[in-house]
Design a protein around this ligand. Structure first.
Ligand SMILES: Cc1cc2nc3c(=O)[nH]c(=O)nc-3n(C[C@H](O)[C@H](O)[C@H](O)COP(=O)(O)OP(=O)(O)OC[C@H]3O[C@@H](n4cnc5c(N)ncnc54)[C@H](O)[C@@H]3O)c2cc1C
Length: 377
């Protein structure tokens, strides 16, 4: 989110300073990169946000590739969801938006799929980005070339606030620790909070917790699989060079690092059950990351609890898919400004649906938001 937001702002003439504790811990480097809201069966405002993001991806990718000179691995490859019965298929939340597949058509779209699956849905709208190998590096280069100033190894420890005469809290600075342990306080009147799974450490009122995901990859023959295959217990994302990313576990273990035999074995079993042929493909790499998850598993976007602070966090399993729309939305909020004009019309329902104060049990939380950013109320 930090890279996507910074790039979008820098392209529009903003001066951006990006503080990052650790490149390697970002979930963006762990993600499978599916942009597959229909195959995931999303619904409600989250599906609407994803459907807003999907068509934004090709021009967003063009801009990143133009600025970086690097490919992002965007592939509008479509996604297949297999089912063991027609009833299961009919009950799928996005069934009406997919093309029904009988067993023969399912086999044609996902060669080698287990005979347990009798039918499926094809979502040609869905695609993938090679987040781990391409997109993140391209975004970093694009940011550098657009003049974003990076500070690596910096931990923001605290947001400094002041109250104005009307009781409104303003962001006035940040307290940070540099890579060599030095503590500093810097003035800052405008910031985007995009600390992923660690966001709650800076802002306890926003309940973002880590959900660990383990993955691995196998090397398939090129074009062995053309579509994203989204099974009930595992998904397969085939890159153009034949690498197939297999994901992912969902573990509530806090920030416990490392791969586990149980997690990896479970994933391998799920892969065999979905696509028995894949058992012959040689394993390549194994990794894990932490998804930033809120109580309702939906992101937190728009004006934050302090005037000057904008939220871009809590994207859980969909941060790659939602990066394009998040960058656009965040820029719109910053450009509208605390005293400024209205955000674009399309943004308003999303800013309402994904406001931070939905987690605030006190009416004061809601009231603070309305008072600080009346134009988004
Ligand atoms: C296994 C797995 C598979 C996934 N698959 C998909 C997928 O197929 N499609 C999809 O759309 N999404 C997927 N996701 C989700 C996606 O990766 C995340 O939603 C997205 O990366 C979140 O982005 P973020 O910027 O909020 O957090 P991150 O990418 O985790 O970045 C957070 C950054 O903030 C820094 N940071 C944290 N605290 C501080 C601090 N106090 N000071 C300074 N820096 C700080 C960290 O060092 C890190 O660099 C997957 C995630 C995982 C783990």
């Amino acid at each position: 989110m930090g890279l996507a937001v910074a790039h979008g702002l820098a392209r529009h003439g903003w001066s951006v300073h990006l503080l990052r504790r650790a490149r390697r811990e970002a979930a963006g480097f762990a993600a499978a990169g599916m942009a597959a809201p229909h195959a995931e069966g999303l619904s409600g405002p989250l599906l609407a946000l994803a459907q807003r993001s999907l068509p934004m991806i090709p021009p967003w990718v063009d801009a990143i590739e133009e600025d970086s000179g690097l490919p992002c691995g965007w592939l509008p490859c479509g996604a297949v969801v297999p089912f063991t019965s027609q009833a299961q298929r009919q009950a799928f939340p996005t069934a009406a938006l997919g093309r029904p597949l009988d067993r023969a058509a399912l086999e044609a779209e996902a060669p080698g799929i287990s005979p347990a699956f009798t039918c499926g849905l094809l979502f040609t709208q869905d695609g993938q980005l090679d987040s781990r190998r391409r997109l993140m590096a391209a975004l970093e280069r694009a940011c550098h070339r657009r003049g974003v100033r990076f500070e690596e190894g910096v931990t923001v420890e605290r947001l400094c606030r002041e109250e104005d005469g009307g009781g409104q809290q303003h962001l006035v600075g940040i307290a940070l620790r540099t890579s060599d342990g030095e503590r500093q306080q810097r003035p800052c009147g405008q910031a985007v909070l995009c600390c992923g799974a660690w966001s709650q450490q800076l802002l306890p009122c926003v309940p973002v917790t880590p959900v660990k995901g383990q993955m691995f990859s196998v090397q398939a023959p090129r074009r062995a699989l053309r579509r994203v295959l989204f099974g009930p217990d595992a998904y397969l994302v085939a890159r153009q060079d034949g690498l197939v990313v297999v994901g992912a576990t969902t573990e509530q273990v806090g920030f416990t690092p490392g791969l586990t035999p149980m997690g990896q074995t479970r994933l391998e079993r799920s892969l065999r059950q979905l696509l028995p042929a894949a058992a012959r493909w040689p394993p390549m790499e194994r990794w894990y990351g932490f998804r930033p998850c809120t109580k309702d598993q939906q992101p937190v976007l728009g004006p934050g609890p302090l005037k000057g602070l904008v939220m871009a966090t809590g994207h859980h399993r969909n941060g790659v898919l939602l990066a394009a729309v998040t960058a656009e939305l965040t820029r719109a909020v910053l450009e509208a400004g605390p005293a400024g004009c209205r955000a674009p019309h399309w943004a308003a329902p999303f800013l309402h649906a994904f406001r931070w104060s939905r987690f605030s049990s006190t009416p004061a939380g809601e009231a603070a938001l309305e008072a600080s950013w009346p134009e988004f109320g």
